[in-house]
Design a protein around this ligand. Sequence first.
Ligand code: SF4
Length: 355
Amino acid sequence: MSSNPEEQLDQTEPHQVQVPPHPQWPPLSEGERAAAMARIKQMMQEQNAVLVAHYYVDGDLQALAEETGGCVADSLEMARFGTTTDAETLIVCGVRFMGETAKILNPEKRVIMPDLAATCSLDEACPADAFSAFCDQHPDRTVVVYANTSAAVKARADWVVTSGIALDIVRHLHGRGEKILWAPDRHLGHYVQRVTGADMLLWNGACVVHEEFKSFGLQRLKKLHPDAAVLVHPESPDEVVDQADVVGSTTALIKAVQELPNEEFIVATDDGIFWKMHQLAPHKKLISAPTAGEGATCESCAHCPWMAMNALQNLETVLRDGGNEIHIDPAVRAQAVTSIQRMLDFARERDRRGG
Ligand code: SF4
């Protein structure tokens, strides 16, 4: 039980997650890389396909998305972008829940991914049956789930949120006097609870990447770089969040690098984000926040093993050979679309008001 009376953490044991090793992609020469990019672009054109990439995937994929009229974004923008394009095929370079969200919002489109095994520790730690039973035990609570969940979990939820909109939605619900059941990330849930003061019951899940950032190592690094601004994603533990100059979604952290006057930044999120930060602020120095380090207990070391399953090589394979298409049970889709659409409508209204 938290010391905060408005917050409770589910006391059942967290679901165990099997973390895969990082895939080792054979390096491509400059010529091979350019040739692969050209073949992929050709196939994308032939298949009327557009690429939607997350900030955490390989820089080549982010570049390809931008060069071909696709989008590089956080999960909220990825969801929005899919609904605005006329392309018949959406290629989602990210993790599975992102592909599922794209399919839920665009059932008429073909949605493919380089590797369907690219999942997420939060999604894995929140099986739909167990989660549904948990919800049944707390019928008085509004069910808010993070986007990093399966379609079946979203189907059980009242609201879906991303880290970019979680605070605003929970504040809104709290303002209406609603008590919240939150899943699956306990760190993000705890952060949202602290900021909004809402009454929240938290599912006991965590991101294997962000949970590895170490408070003590960060203190030491800050001493070595006293002028650096510390940027932290709120999936990180409390003691790391408490040392941040900026806490926010991937989009918020990228904006901070562009807008803050600091020359150096210590960044506590997946280091795939450095590609976009370098692109937008090439003169700023970026330092990865410390994890336990390879060979220690660190399973992720600031780079998500599932995001790393996306590469030029398997993108080319899926475009050439087909397969890896996302399918969603129509009954699940019909329920999940409501909670996702609620978030998108809320976001549109928030943006319209300039919030
Ligand atoms: S970085 Fe964490 S939250 Fe994001 S996909 Fe990987 S495991 Fe999931």
